[in-house]
Design a protein around this ligand. Structure first.
Ligand code: TYD
Length: 387
């Protein structure tokens, strides 16, 4: 794959690597650079971080921490249940079971390389393979449980460096008319929102429909439907199946739209890189002004996205005094790289501004935080104070 470099986001740590003080000296860093592959139009990192460094027994991200996501998976599951009776299902990247819990334990299986979460869903009764997804594992799952009607993955496929291995493994485990449904942040939304913080170690790729269509095709799969979703700042849910020359895929309007905004042209990404540099300058200026005026700024949501923002923009505890988060695994630790303390949120906390680290949940957060007399700061799509 020949990648044309267009963006450098500096020295970055493991985005979900929340740590204790005694771990500061041994923290791992890498250079986060992003390129564009001319052949497939895939936007992808130049060097991938080893998956074992990110996905292990200490993994801290819990999908069920937001009501929005719990409802999102429940709604999808309900709608899918109307299509087929008692499907054989596999989820790749099942995390804490936020999707699995909508399904029957007898014929729902899961793959999850993070041992803490694989144990949790095994304990719930869902047979979970604690491993990385690949062809060997697909073969083993097929032998033990049969072929699948649905292979589902949410915010997982864009985590996997080798997409050919991933897609061919999926193809090998699907029933002839089985569906592969997966959702990940959309490249079009990232470009439109200037949300460069979608890029971090766990997201080696940010997908366009255009790139996925080519990559799936060379592994025997075709896209038959795309749903635009609002979750995670704009995602695409891709519906794919084994190539069948009798189907009439309805994806042209997505491909046309992506061509109009230039997702097949390196110039689009060069312009994006310029906007990213401007966003950094604007955020540093705003936070420095707040500090000069003795305003207390916290961050809301210890997200992977905010790891990218704070490390790229060099924002540390001098500018953001703490980060609040509801996830027990993150609380009382420090943020990766910049070492900002992470605390549970208490209603009594007094602050002037909250930076929306979880800007993708802005609506859910604003509803919850009606008591909050301060104001929010966001960098998406441009840096500003939200009244
Ligand atoms: P998410 O945006 O999914 O993060 P990532 O960038 O890592 O994919 O995660 C949201 C984080 O914010 C998660 O750690 C839970 C936390 N959170 C709160 O603390 N309070 C809230 O009200 C919500 C919605 C999320």
């Amino acid at each position: 794959m020949s990648k044309m470099h267009f963006l450098h986001l500096g020295k970055q740590p493991i985005a979900n690597g929340f740590l204790n003080q005694e771990q500061f000296d041994d923290e791992f860093f890498y250079n986060l650079s992003v390129g564009f592959d001319e052949e497939t139009c895939l936007v992808t990192q130049l060097d991938y971080v080893k998956p074992e460094l990110m996905f292990n027994e200490d993994y801290a991200y819990r999908g069920s921490m937001s009501k929005t996501m719990v409802n999102h998976f429940s709604e999808f599951s309900k709608s899918f249940k109307n299509r087929i009776n008692k499907p054989n299902i596999l989820e790749i990247g099942s995390n804490d079971g936020v999707f699995l819990k909508n399904w029957d334990k007898k014929n729902t299986f899961a793959v999850e390389p993070c041992a803490n979460f694989a144990k949790e869903t095994n304990d719930l009764g869902y047979k979970t393979y604690c491993d990385f997804w690949n062809r060997n594992l697909a073969e083993k799952i097929g032998q033990e449980n049969g072929y699948m009607d649905l292979i589902f993955a949410a915010n997982c496929i864009c985590h996997i460096p080798d997409l050919d291995e991933t897609f061919s493994a999926v193809e090998s485990l699907l029933k002839p008319h089985g569906l592969f449904v997966f959702e990940d942040p959309s490249l079009a939304s990232m470009i439109n929102n200037n949300s460069y913080d979608q890029i971090y170690d766990e997201h080696p790729h940010i997908f366009s429909v255009m790139a996925l269509s080519k990559l799936l095709k060379r592994n025997g799969l075709e896209i038959v439907r795309v749903d635009s979703l609002s979750v995670h700042g704009g995602s695409n849910r891709i519906w794919a199946q084994k190539i069948d020359h009798n189907t009439r895929p309805d994806i042209d309007r997505y491909l046309d739209y992506e061509r109009v905004i230039g997702l097949d042209d390196i110039e689009c990404f060069k312009r994006f890189a310029e906007r990213v540099a401007q966003s950094k300058e604007d955020l540093r200026n705003l936070l420095t002004r707040c500090a000069d005026q003795d305003k207390k700024v916290i961050s809301y949501g210890a997200t992977s996205k905010s790891t990218t923002v704070f490390n790229y923009c060099d924002v540390g505890p001098d500018l953001i005094s703490c980060i609040t988060d509801t996830t027990p695994e993150k609380q009382h630790k420090y943020s990766p790289g910049m070492h900002i303390p992470i605390l549970p949120q208490k209603d009594s906390d007094v602050f002037d501004y909250a930076f929306l680290g979880a800007w993708n949940f802005a609506e859910e957060i604003k509803k919850k935080e009606l008591y909050f007399g301060g104001r929010f700061i966001t960098h998406v799509p441009t840096v500003r104070i939200v009244e």
